[in-house]
Design a protein around this ligand. Structure first.
Ligand code: ADP
Length: 242
């Protein structure tokens, strides 16, 4: 098992007095495939923003032995925390391989690059295999299907040696087959990384989550396996208005 765990304690984010995240505790073990679900406005994105340093937060977020709160975005990223957004941000004119090569070199000083150079091609080859993009390596990223661009973006995190991936609705806009392939990809990735997924697609969550945290009004409403959170009457009330 590799990857690092994420331990969140009493996390709070306030916007002009509004508590977007209001005392969240999370224990995400290394190698988990954790889904964060909850209605719009529940605080999922703000929580991930706080972990990645994009918004100011109070409380504690520990990644392995490191406290993340108070660190700038680039230093958090350098600890091995990678994130995707709903819209894939790949270089459309460059090939799949070039995108991965650039990502593999991103954020590293010349000395680190020198030390690592031998491993980079290997990491790129591995990322191509993991994401199923080997046959498309010489195609411009701009011609990839929507799903393939998302997989490339995940590959671009993998070549950066991330230990924790935070993915924002990775299957939004995907076909059924693309969603299934993405679920299988995330399961493969979580064998040696920790993966956290913000998701609205409940079928996708049911099929692939290893654990689930349900957020509501900035707080953790329920947590556990898919079966456990589905059986929780509090969750049923929030989702089904019972
Ligand atoms: P989710 O991702 O679960 O849909 P968000 O984290 O985006 O929820 O938002 C949580 C709450 O915080 C919402 O009520 C949203 O309007 C508010 N919010 C998010 N970002 C900001 C901001 N930059 N300024 C003010 N309010 C914000």
């Amino acid at each position: 098992m590799s990857g690092e765990g994420l331990t969140v304690r009493d996390l709070r984010v306030t916007f002009d007095g509004f508590k977007a995240v209001d005392g969240v505790d999370l224990d995400i073990r290394p190698g988990d495939l954790r889904f964060l679900i909850g209605p719009n406005g529940a605080g999922k994105t703000t929580l991930v923003d706080a972990v990645t340093g994009l918004v100011k937060a109070a409380g504690s977020v520990r990644f392995g032995d490191e406290e993340l709160l108070g660190r700038p975005v680039h230093r958090i990223a350098r600890l091995g925390i990678g994130r995707t957004f709903q819209t894939a941000t790949v270089f459309e004119e460059l090939t799949v391989l070039q995108n991965l090569d650039i990502a593999a070199g991103a954020g590293r000083g010349p000395l680190t690059m020198l030390r690592r150079r031998k491993n980079v091609p290997e990491a790129v080859t591995k990322a191509l295999e993991t994401t199923g993009l080997t046959d498309l390596r010489d195609r411009p990223a701009g011609v990839l299907a929507h799903g393939q661009k998302q997989w490339l973006e995940i590959g671009m995190l993998l070549v950066q040696d991330v230990k924790l991936l935070l993915l924002d609705e990775p299957v939004a806009g995907m076909s059924h087959d693309e969603r299934e392939a993405t679920g299988a990809l995330l399961q493969r990735v979580s064998e040696d990384h920790t993966v956290v997924v913000i998701e609205h697609d409940m079928d996708f969550m049911r099929s692939f989550a290893r654990s689930v945290s349900v957020l509501h009004a900035g707080q953790v409403l329920s947590e556990g396996t898919v079966a456990e959170v589905q059986a929780d009457t509090k969750v049923q009330e929030v989702y089904l208005g019972r």
